[in-house]
Ligand binder design. Structure first.
Ligand SMILES: Nc1ncnc2c1ncn2[C@@H]1O[C@H](COP(=O)(O)OP(=O)(O)OP(=O)(O)O)[C@@H](O)[C@H]1O
Ligand SMILES: CC(=O)N[C@H]1[C@@H]2OC[C@@H](O2)[C@@H](O)[C@@H]1O[C@H](C)C(=O)O
Length: 366
C-alpha cells in the first residue's frame, strides 16, 4: 500500500440507538478525503435487537456476549458484502460497555471473523489503545471531522455537532495544523441529547422518539428544571470530557409532574442548552455549527439550538455531507489512518496522554 495513495475504504458503524448498521465507502489517504462513495443501511430485526440489548453493560467472556457478537458480525457481513472496490474495512462494532477509568471499553464483533468472510483486511477495536493510554476512548470522529472541513473548503473555525443518544461537539480550526497536532481540534460530549426524550416518549406514549419534535413544539420548557439541570457539575468541567451515561439519571424524574408536551419541551431544551454551554468552551467563536446524527431531524431541537447559540446551526447536508452516514464514513477514514500508522486521537480529542493510533488489523488467512 503506497503511503500517499488514496484508497477506497469501507466503514461500518452500529450506533447506541441499536437501529441498525450504517456502511459507507470513502476514498482517502488517511489525511485528505478525495471522494465519498456508496452507502448502505441494514436494520436490526427486533429479535436481533433483543439479543444485543441483553448484552448491554457486559464484558468479554460474560454470558450472552458471544451471541450478541454473532448477531453483530452477521449483520455487518451482510451489509458489507454488498460493496465492491474497497481495499480495507473499518469496523467499529457495537459498544456494549464503556468504562474508560475502570474495565476499559467493549465493542462486540470480531474483525478477524469479518476479514475471513469479506476477504479484506479489517481494522477494528479502535478504542482500546486510547483508553489504555489514559484517554476517554471517545469521541474518535474528530480527526475525520477535520478532514471533512478541509474537504468542503472550510476557511473559518467551525464545529460539528453529533446529536445521538448524547451530544458531542468537535471544534475545528481549518488549515491551522494537522489534526494530530494539538490546537486544531477540540472535542467533547455536550450532555444528554436524544436519549432522555426517547425514554420519555417510550414511557408515556409507547413511541421510540418525538417524531420531528412535534410533541415538544406543543409544550413550554420548565425554567426551574432547566436552571437546576445547568447547575450539574459536568457543565463546569473543562474539555476534553466525556459523559458517564448515568450522570443525568435525575433528569427524567425531574419532569415527572409535567404534562407530556411540557416534559418533552423541557428535555429538548435541556439538550439544546447543554450544547450552548459546550460552545462556551470553544477556543474561539465559530460562524456555524454543522449538525449530524438523528437529532437533526428533530425540528424543535434544531430551532432551540438556533435560539441558544450565537451562530448559524445547519444540518451537515448544507455543505454536501450525509448526516446519517458520517460515523460510518469516519471509521472508513480512520481505518486508513490506522493502516498507515497515523494517530486516531490526541490529547485535545479524548484527553489521551499523547496522540495514539488505535485499532488492530486482521487479515484474511487465504
Ligand atoms: N425523524 C426524527 N424525529 C425526531 N427524532 C429523530 C428522528 N430521526 C431520528 N431521531 C432521533 O435520533 C436518534 C438516533 O440518532 P442516531 O442514529 O444519530 O443515533 P446513534 O448513532 O445510534 O447514537 P450515537 O451517535 O449516540 O451512537 C433517535 O433515537 C431519535 O431520538
Ligand atoms: C463508546 C462509544 O461507542 N461512543 C460512541 C457513542 O456514540 C456517539 C458518542 O457516543 C461517541 O462518543 C461515540 O461514537 C462516535 C462515532 C465517536 O467515537 O466519535
Amino acid at each position: 500500500m503506497l503511503q500517499r495513495q488514496a484508497i477506497w475504504a469501507l466503514g461500518a458503524m452500529s450506533g447506541t440507538s441499536l437501529d441498525g448498521v450504517d456502511a459507507a465507502l470513502v476514498l482517502t489517504d488517511g489525511h485528505r478525503i478525495f471522494e465519498f462513495g456508496d452507502t448502505a443501511y441494514r436494520p436490526y430485526t427486533a429479535a436481533e435487537q433483543a439479543v444485543i440489548r441483553a448484552a448491554f453493560g457486559l464484558w468479554p467472556g460474560d454470558p450472552g456476549v458471544e451471541a450478541a457478537a454473532e448477531v453483530v458480525e452477521t449483520a455487518h457481513a451482510e451489509v458489507l458484502s454488498r460493496f465492491a472496490g474497497a481495499e480495507i474495512v473499518g469496523f467499529h462494532g457495537q459498544t456494549l460497555a464503556h468504562d474508560p477509568r475502570g474495565h476499559g471499553t467493549h465493542q462486540a464483533g470480531s474483525g478477524a471473523v469479518l476479514a475471513e468472510v469479506l476477504g479484506l483486511p479489517v481494522v477494528w477495536d479502535f478504542r482500546s489503545a486510547d483508553v489504555q493510554m489514559g484517554g476517554q476512548g471517545a469521541p474518535l470522529a474528530p480527526f475525520f471531522h477535520f478532514a471533512c472541513a478541509e474537504w468542503f473548503g472550510a476557511r473559518e473555525p467551525l464545529a460539528f455537532l453529533n446529536l445521538g443518544g448524547v451530544g458531542n461537539l468537535t471544534w475545528i480550526e481549518p488549515g491551522k495544523s494537522l489534526p494530530e497536532e494539538p490546537g486544531a481540534c477540540l472535542a467533547f460530549d455536550t450532555g444528554p441529547a436524544n436519549a432522555p426524550v426517547n425514554d420519555l416518549m417510550l414511557a408515556r406514549r409507547g413511541l421510540a422518539c418525538d417524531e420531528a419534535g412535534a410533541l415538544a413544539a406543543m409544550g413550554t420548557p420548565d425554567q426551574a428544571i432547566l436552571d437546576q439541570f445547568l447547575r450539574h457539575q459536568y457543565f463546569f468541567k473543562m474539555p476534553p470530557k466525556s459523559l458517564d451515561r448515568n450522570a443525568f439519571h435525575d433528569l427524567l424524574p425531574a419532569v415527572a409532574q409535567l404534562s407530556d408536551a411540557d416534559a418533552a419541551a423541557t428535555l429538548t431544551a435541556a439538550a439544546a442548552l447543554a450544547v450552548a454551554r459546550g460552545a462556551e468552551h470553544f477556543p474561539c467563536p465559530v460562524a456555524r455549527i454543522l449538525v449530524a446524527g438523528g437529532g437533526r431531524h428533530n425540528a424543535t431541537l434544531m430551532h432551540m439550538l438556533a435560539e441558544a447559540l450565537p451562530c448559524r446551526v445547519e444540518p451537515v447536508e448544507a455543505v454536501g455531507l450525509n448526516g446519517d452516514m458520517l460515523e460510518a464514513q469516519a471509521f472508513a477514514h480512520l481505518a486508513v489512518r490506522v493502516a498507515r500508522g497515523l494517530p486516531t486521537s490526541g490529547p485535545s480529542t479524548t484527553g489521551v496522554a499523547a496522540a495514539v493510533g488505535g485499532g488492530q488489523i486482521s487479515r484474511p488467512n487465504a
